[in-house]
Design a protein around this ligand. Structure first.
Ligand SMILES: Cc1cc2nc3c(=O)[nH]c(=O)nc-3n(C[C@H](O)[C@H](O)[C@H](O)COP(=O)(O)O)c2cc1C
Length: 341
């Protein structure tokens, strides 16, 4: 996309990767992006966070369809029409290998008011892969086709069914075939995490492979993987040809990245520094506790955010090292406040 075209579209929140404007999704991250985290991020700047859509943490579906209780636990926003308090839609993500069980669960999610269903064919966890789930399906595009088609048929035609993949199991060589299966099954769009399953989360990301998938199947395609700053998104756009992006760990490194990408905030010049993050962590902790999360677990969640952020922000390393050994929120907060002062 040319610089002029980018300027024109970026401030417009695209409702889907197929619509005009810039689509920016908050990635699903199991154990991180629960409803509380989704709310913290989408409430930023008075609800002008820049996020187009969120995807829930995966709901594991084995032989039996998941019940409503499980869907509501993963996506409490369903009680609010499937949107965060700031009005951002939350797609319900399903993971499994059984087309009938996934289709029945997707139909239930639709009846509960999900604004879309996302299918996970990217999870690299061994336990998941050994039980016919996540990235294991990448080795069998015909099965991906069958699952997508079954889910597509089970939900109303207007409801988006998106698919999230990695570039392949151990190489991106077959990505065109996987993308064709996704398209053939009737998916609304494709999201590609630019790593293989065998890579796990190790570098490098292969953004050009996303472009190959997009060009070969013609589906609107969301690029994902190591988009941690505005410059990363620009480089990824150039290498993949995509104008839709999904950001996961980058949201912990710089929660205002979505707004920066839209031109609503200046590029990071320290405003994602300790003081601003400290205020956010305090707010996050309060919201976790209000949601019934135990004190120990809430502290772990703040430490987890800090750990992810410190991996990319050297200035946070010593703060993380001080916090990680503490057992009480009050002590951790005193250290955070001192660092922020
Ligand atoms: C802790 C963690 C949990 C994740 N859980 C999920 C998940 O539930 N569903 C999914 O599709 N991807 C999951 N992912 C992958 C992310 O959605 C994303 O594809 C990956 O982190 C690369 O994007 P990033 O570099 O922007 O973080 C997870 C990643 C992490 C780090």
């Amino acid at each position: 996309m040319s610089a002029a075209a980018w300027q024109a579209v970026r401030a417009v929140i695209a409702g889907s990767p197929a619509s005009a404007g810039l689509f920016l999704a908050l990635a699903p991250m199991d154990g991180v992006t629960d409803a509380v985290y989704r709310e913290v991020i989408t409430d930023l700047d008075g609800g002008r966070s820049g996020v187009s859509a969120c995807v829930s943490e995966f709901v594991r579906v084995c032989r039996d369809p998941a019940p409503a209780k499980v869907l509501l636990a993963h996506c409490p926003e369903l009680a609010r029409g499937g949107h965060t308090r700031a009005g951002v839609p939350v797609l319900v993500q399903l993971l499994g290998g059984d087309p009938a069980a996934l289709a029945a669960t997707a139909a239930l999610a639709a009846r509960l008011g999900a604004p879309g269903v996302d299918l996970n064919f990217g999870c690299p966890a061994k336990t998941v892969n050994n039980h016919d789930g996540g990235a294991a399906l990448l080795r069998c595009p015909a099965r991906i086709y069958g699952i997508v088609a079954a889910v597509r048929d089970a939900v109303p035609a207007a409801l988006p069914v998106s698919v999230k993949i990695r570039v392949g199991w151990d190489s991106s060589e077959g990505i065109e075939e996987i993308a064709a299966a996704v398209r053939g099954g009737g998916a609304s769009w494709l999201t590609v995490h630019a790593r293989t399953r065998t890579q796990g989360y190790a570098p490098p990301v292969e953004w050009p492979a996303i472009g190959r998938a997009r060009a070969s199947c013609g589906l609107p395609t969301v690029a994902n993987g190591d988009l941690l700053a505005v410059a990363d998104v620009a480089a990824c756009a150039a290498q993949s040809g995509c104008s839709a992006f999904m950001i996961g760990r980058g949201s912990m490194v710089d929660p205002w990245l979505f707004a920066r990408l839209r031109g609503w905030r200046a590029e990071d010049r320290g405003d994602a520094g300790v003081a601003a993050l400290a205020a956010l962590w305090r707010d996050y902790h309060e919201r976790l506790r209000a949601a019934g999360v135990s004190p120990g677990r809430a502290l772990c969640r703040v430490k987890q955010w800090l750990r992810f952020a410190a991996e990319r922000r050297a200035a946070l390393t010593s703060l993380f090292n001080e916090i990680k050994i503490l057992d009480r929120w009050e002590d951790a907060l005193a250290v955070i406040d001192a660092a922020a002062a």
